[in-house]
Design a protein. Structure first.
Length: 284
């Protein structure tokens, strides 16, 4: 059975223009454009995952504004914290969407309503900008995955558990990344791990699963692997669609920008008609 998971991340919503990246982009306008794009999708996503840094400073006002921008979305929202969020304010802002019985020290939770199990492991470290996967989180993830070994599973988190070559992000990245990979490798039902934080679309392998890092809805980090340099760029806002087709996940990366569109519906009809009639696809 198909499941369509949309992922947005690193929205960095503010209510003013006083942020470090405010001179580069208007993160609210950009998130609104992504929401409009998601609204137009057919089929609609079964859920929309927001994998952290949903706000820039984690204030109640920023969470309220974030929720207002997302108001038009028809799909249920699964909010998740990042290092720019604030633990208590986050839990308060999304109290109606988060499941009960959350662990005290991290906001990890499971959604079991779909043919694919969605397991969120909170890797944000309170009061820090680096991430943390300690023994307590490892026990939670290991125990949660061990409870349903036969169900295909998507694990979501904020910090990707790999070094990616953007040195300034790697050195302030996830402590315990090796342990994270060890736990995932022990549970081969994990078909996909998705993360954010890096403000770029990036893929790697973790255990036997694909790791997909989603681009930001606000701004991206410059693709420059020189260890002494770094930049934020106004590349288009992005999102990902993770489609479970019953056997595997297919991950699509969407970039949202106003541009020209050529309608090729006639071509689509022709291809589908040829396939149906068994005519093949000869040139000319
Ligand atoms: Fe971020
Ligand atoms: Fe982050």
């Amino acid at each position: 059975m198909d499941v369509l998971v949309a992922q947005i991340t690193d929205c960095h919503i503010r209510c003013d223009d006083k942020g470090a990246f405010s001179s580069l982009v208007d993160t609210s306008a950009r998130l609104a454009a992504v929401v409009e794009h998601l609204e137009g999708l057919d089929p609609q996503p079964d859920v929309v995952l927001a994998t952290g840094d949903v706000t820039d400073d984690g204030t109640p006002e920023q969470y309220a504004w974030f929720r207002e921008i997302l108001e038009p979305l028809a799909s249920p929202l699964l909010p998740f914290p990042g290092n720019h969020d604030h633990g208590l304010a986050f839990r308060t802002a999304f109290a109606d969407l988060l499941p009960g019985g959350l662990p005290e020290r991290h906001c990890s939770y499971v959604v079991d309503d779909h043919p694919v199990r969605l397991v969120g492991i909170d890797t944000a470290k309170p009061e820090h900008h680096d991430g943390c996967f300690d023994d307590e989180r490892a026990d939670w993830l290991d125990g949660t995955l061990a409870a349903a070994p036969d169900r295909p599973t998507l694990v979501f988190t904020h910090f990707p558990p790999v070094r990616v070559g953007l040195d300034y992000m790697d050195v302030a990245g996830l402590t315990g990344a090796d342990l994270f990979e060890e736990v995932v490798a022990t549970h081969p039902q994990v078909a996909l791990v998705v993360a954010g934080h890096l403000h770029r679309p990036i893929q790697a392998v973790v255990g036997s699963a694909l790791l997909s890092v989603c681009p930001s809805t606000g701004f991206q980090l410059d693709l420059d692997l020189n260890p002494a340099r770094g930049g934020a760029v106004d590349e288009p806002p992005g999102f990902q669609l993770h489609r479970w087709d019953g056997e595997r996940f297919i991950t699509h990366t969407g970039m949202v920008r106003k541009g020209r569109r050529l309608d090729i519906t006639g071509y689509v009809r022709d291809v589908l008609g040829r396939a149906q009639r068994g005519e093949g696809f000869p040139k000319g």
